[in-house]
Design a protein around this ligand. Structure first.
Ligand code: RNT
Ligand code: ZN
Length: 421
């Protein structure tokens, strides 16, 4: 019944877009080819499986106590399966080192091996999805002092360098096993709460540590290194060595990917405006699409102006092959499976809306200096029936239309989550 209506609505929408020079079929075909990397850590509040302590330090925090947090890899994979079930298209999953499966044995982070991710790799292969990865430089006694790759203690710094090296080998194994490069993202929480005297030394150390990590030969076809900058964190308000300028310079000089997290800049700065600058100097970048509310709060991504602007930059410039899109938020106050679905479906809708824009025509108008028409058309476009195309896309992809996905997630919640007390 619903799909009958979506079919009719789609035909009307298709004609309306065609009259504007937009091919809705081509838009859906392009959307289908864009994977979104779903961050596993939304499923368990960034706890990981190493200990019961959960997220400690790192300057980040998941707030809320909604029941049903995944407590182990099977639960987390089952939750991810549910989310992926109601998201149209083929996507990816982004893991952190703290999601290793080491059985009953404690394995130090500098000793982690690909075999500790065999369960994840098998699962990804069975589902036909790619994996991305992140070394975990937080929630660990050797990170408690607030410095890892920038530690003045050479033993501590060495431990974390070894962790970085171990994780690149894991990323390479994932990429090789799954036939799609693993984007391996380094983010450290290092920094200081109050005003430091020496801002130079930690940055020298960070460069040295990264050089040591990347000196190891790892196959670029299977593992790509990314570096994520940050402005501040909880407890590192005054100084973060891994700043925007630091990693931008490092990435440009060393041919690495730069990772832009939407919450990691000054409050009025937006990553949508940075993409075109980055891709003048770098081959590829990684996005951590997030939603900061007043600060880097990691709220669930929604279809707001900045999300649309990010999608427009990707689509208008045909940057799909150079931009890896990952999500990064963690909200423990709502159903965690629903959080993934809301964020991912919003990201896809933003991309589809960008794909439904008559970009060539808008470019012509702009080049001719007709800014009146540009503004008028951009506003009129907001009233076009993109929702009808989205619903139809969902039907074609065999996922629930509109809010119907929520019923599925709710029934999963009532049948599966109560056992997790
Ligand atoms: C933290 C960074 C980082 C983390 C994850 C868990 O501010 O955004 O990407 O969210 O690595
Ligand atoms: Zn991030």
């Amino acid at each position: 019944m619903i799909s009958d209506n979506t079919g009719k609505m789609y035909e009307l929408a298709r004609a309306q877009y065609a009259a504007m020079g937009v091919d809705t079929e081509a838009a859906m075909a392009r959307l289908e080819a864009i994977p979104i990397s779903l961050h596993c850590w939304q499923g368990d509040d960034v706890s990981g499986f190493e200990s019961d302590a959960g997220l400690t330090g790192g300057g980040i925090q998941a707030t809320g106590n909604y029941p049903g947090r995944a407590r182990n890899a099977e639960e987390l994979r089952s939750d991810l399966d549910k989310a992926l079930d109601v998201i149209p298209g083929k996507h990816r999953v982004n893991l952190h080192a703290i999601y290793a499966e080491t059985g009953s044995r404690k394995v130090e982070r500098n000793e982690l091996l690909p075999e500790h991710f065999a369960g994840w790799i098998d699962w990804a292969r069975a589902n036909g999805i790619g994996l991305d990865f992140n070394p975990s430089f937080f929630s660990h006694p050797l990170a408690d002092a607030g410095f890892t790759l920038t530690s003045l203690d050479d033993g501590i710094r060495r431990f974390w360098v070894e962790h970085g090296i171990a994780c690149r080998r894991i990323g390479e194994a994932m990429g090789r096993a799954l036939g799609t490069p693993c984007i391996n993202n380094v983010w450290i929480a290092d920094g200081s709460k109050d005003i430091p005297v020496d801002r130079f030394k930690p940055r020298e150390l960070l460069k040295r540590s990264l050089d040591e990590i990347f000196a190891e030969d790892v196959d670029q076809r299977f593992n790509r290194d990314a570096l994520e900058s940050k402005l501040f964190g909880i407890g590192s308000e005054c100084f973060v060595p891994g700043s925007h300028e630091f990693y931008m310079g490092y990435a440009a000089q060393n041919g690495k990917l730069y990772c832009m997290d939407a919450g990691h800049y000054h409050p009025t700065e937006v990553i949508s405006d940075k993409i075109s600058s980055m891709l003048i100097f770098l081959d590829e970048i990684l996005l951590h699409v997030s939603r900061g509310v007043r600060w880097d709060s990691d709220h669930v991504v929604i279809l707001n102006d900045e999300l649309r602007a990010i999608a427009e930059e990707v689509i208008r410039n045909n940057f799909e092959s150079r931009i890896h899109i990952g999500l990064d938020f963690f909200d423990a106050s709502i159903n965690r499976v629903a959080a993934w679905v809301i964020g991912c479906r919003s990201m896809l809708r933003a991309l589809l809306m960008a794909l439904l824009e008559p970009t060539a025509k808008l470019r012509e108008i702009e080049a001719a200096g007709d800014y009146t028409s540009r503004l008028a058309l951009l506003e009129e476009l907001k009233g076009m029936p993109a929702a009808a195309v989205w619903d139809h896309y969902c039907v074609r992809k065999g996922v629930p239309v509109g809010p119907a996905w929520l019923d599925e997630v709710k029934s999963y919640e009532s049948s599966v989550l109560p056992a997790r007390q």
